[in-house]
Design a protein around this ligand. Structure first.
Ligand code: HEM
Ligand code: MG
Length: 335
C-alpha cells in the first residue's frame, strides 16, 4: 500500500526553528551511503532528516524538506512526486537521492529507468550551478570550479557580496550561455527548465537563516550547504512555510531579466529553439508534459500493481500543482 503524502506541518509547529540541533547531528557520508545532485537533500541526509543511506520513500522526503527547511507542503509534494515518477521505483516506493542502486528493489520492466536523482536527462539536467553538464563528467558530483563561479557572481552582482536574486539572475543566464557555447549535447527544455530556474533562487530563500531572512546568502553559508553539505552552525529554517507564491515571482524575475526560448544544441554554439515545448512559466504545461510525455516514455503500457502505483503518484503530483494553479488533470492511463 502506498502511503498518502503527508499534510502540512501542524500550526504552531511550522515556524522559525533551530534545525541544526542535537537531534540531527551532522555526520559525513559513509562509503555505502548515496548522495546526489541536490545540495539540499544531501544536507538533509547528512543531518538525518532523511535516511542517511540516501534511499527514501517520497513521503519521507516531503516530511524532511518541510521539517528541515520549511518548504510549503504543496511545493514539497510538487518537487518530490515529479522526481519520484521520473527516478523512483513505483513498485517498492523507494528512490535514491543519488545514483541507481539495488537498494530500491527489483525494477519494473524497461524502458523504466529507476535511475535515482542522479539519472541524467530526467530531473537532473544541464546548466547546473555547482555541477558540470553530463557531457563533461559526473553531473551529480559537486564541482569546485563551477561553485567558484557562483561565489564570483555573488561578489560581482550580489548585495554585500551575497548570493542574492541579482547574482542568481546573472549566473542562471551565464550558465545557459556557457553550455550553449561548450556543450554539443545541451538539452534545455521541459521539465528541466523549471528546475533550473527554481534551483537558482532556492538558495536565496531556504539556505538563508530564518532569523535573517533577507534574501542574501553569505558565501560562508553557501559553502556550508553546497561544498560541505552541512547546515551552518546554529542554522534556523525559514520562519513560515515557503511555497510557489514566494518562489514563482523570483523565477519570474530571472526570466524577465534574461528571457530564453527552450531548446537543444545540435553541436556547439548551435542552439535550436523549441518554441512549442512548454515555457518555464507554464506550470500546467510542464505538469502535462511530465504526465503525458515523460512518464509514459518510461512506462508505455504498465499493468496491475505497477499501473495502480503510477496512477496514484500522478494523482499526488496533480494534487500538488492544482493547489495554486488552475490546471486540468490529465490521465495518460485512463481514469
Ligand atoms: C538540484 C536546492 C529540494 C531534487 C538542486 C540545486 C539546488 C537545490 C540549489 C541546484 C544545484 C546546482 O545547480 O548546482 C534545493 C532546495 C530544496 C530542494 C533548497 C528544498 C528545500 C529538492 C527536492 C528534490 C530535489 C524535494 C526531489 C525530490 C534535485 C535534483 C537536482 C537538484 C534532481 C539536480 C538538478 C540539476 O541541477 O541538474 N536543488 N532542492 N531537490 N535538486 Fe534540489
Ligand atoms: Mg545538473
Amino acid at each position: 500500500p502506498i502511503p498518502n503524502p503527508p499534510g502540512p506541518l501542524p500550526a504552531h509547529q511550522d515556524g522559525l526553528k533551530l534545525v541544526n540541533d542535537p537531534a540531527h547531528p551532522f555526520r559525513t557520508q559513509q562509503p555505502n551511503e548515496l548522495r546526489g545532485p541536490c545540495p539540499a537533500l544531501n544536507t538533509l541526509a547528512n543531518h538525518g532528516y532523511l535516511p542517511r543511506s540516501g534511499v527514501a520513500r517520497p513521503d519521507q522526503i516531503v516530511t524532511a524538506v518541510m521539517e528541515g527547511l520549511n518548504l510549503g507542503n504543496d511545493f514539497a509534494k510538487f518537487l518530490v512526486y515529479q522526481a519520484f515518477l521520473m527516478n523512483g521505483n513505483p513498485l517498492t516506493n523507494l528512490m535514491s537521492i543519488g545514483m541507481k542502486t539495488p537498494l530500491t528493489g527489483q525494477d519494473p520492466p524497461k524502458p523504466a529507468l529507476v535511475g535515482g536523482l542522479s539519472q541524467h536527462g530526467t530531473f537532473e539536467g544541464d546548466t547546473s550551478m555547482s555541477r558540470v553538464d553530463a557531457f563533461f563528467g559526473d553531473p551529480a558530483a559537486f564541482n569546485q570550479t563551477r561553485f567558484n563561479d557562483l561565489l564570483a557572481f555573488a561578489t560581482k552582482y550580489g548585495a554585500n557580496g551575497s548570493y542574492d536574486v541579482n547574482a542568481a539572475s546573472e549566473l542562471r543566464y551565464e550558465r545557459l550561455q556557457d553550455s550553449i557555447a561548450t556543450n554539443p549535447q545541451l538539452v534545455f527544455t521541459s521539465p528541466r527548465i523549471l528546475s533550473a530556474y527554481s534551483e537558482a533562487v532556492f538558495p536565496t530563500v531556504y539556505f538563508v537563516d530564518g532569523r535573517l531572512n533577507n534574501g542574501q546568502l553569505s558565501k560562508d553559508a553557501a559553502t556550508s550547504f553546497f561544498a560541505n553539505q552541512r547546515m551552518p552552525q546554529d542554522f534556523h529554517r525559514q520562519p513560515t512555510p515557503v511555497s510557489f507564491d514566494v518562489i514563482e515571482p523570483l523565477t519570474g524575475r530571472l526570466f524577465k531579466d534574461h528571457p530564453f526560448v527552450p531548446g537543444v544544441n545540435q553541436g556547439v554554439n548551435n542552439y535550436v529553439e523549441m518554441p512549442n515545448t512548454p515555457a518555464v512559466s507554464d506550470f500546467c504545461g510542464i505538469y502535462e508534459d511530465i504526465a503525458l510525455r515523460v512518464i509514459p516514455g518510461q512506462y508505455p503500457k504498465p499493468t496491475g500493481a505497477l499501473k495502480d502505483a503510477i496512477k496514484k503518484n500522478l494523482g499526488f503530483l496533480y494534487g500538488a500543482v492544482s493547489f495554486q494553479h488552475n490546471c486540468t488533470q490529465v490521465f495518460p492511463y485512463g481514469k
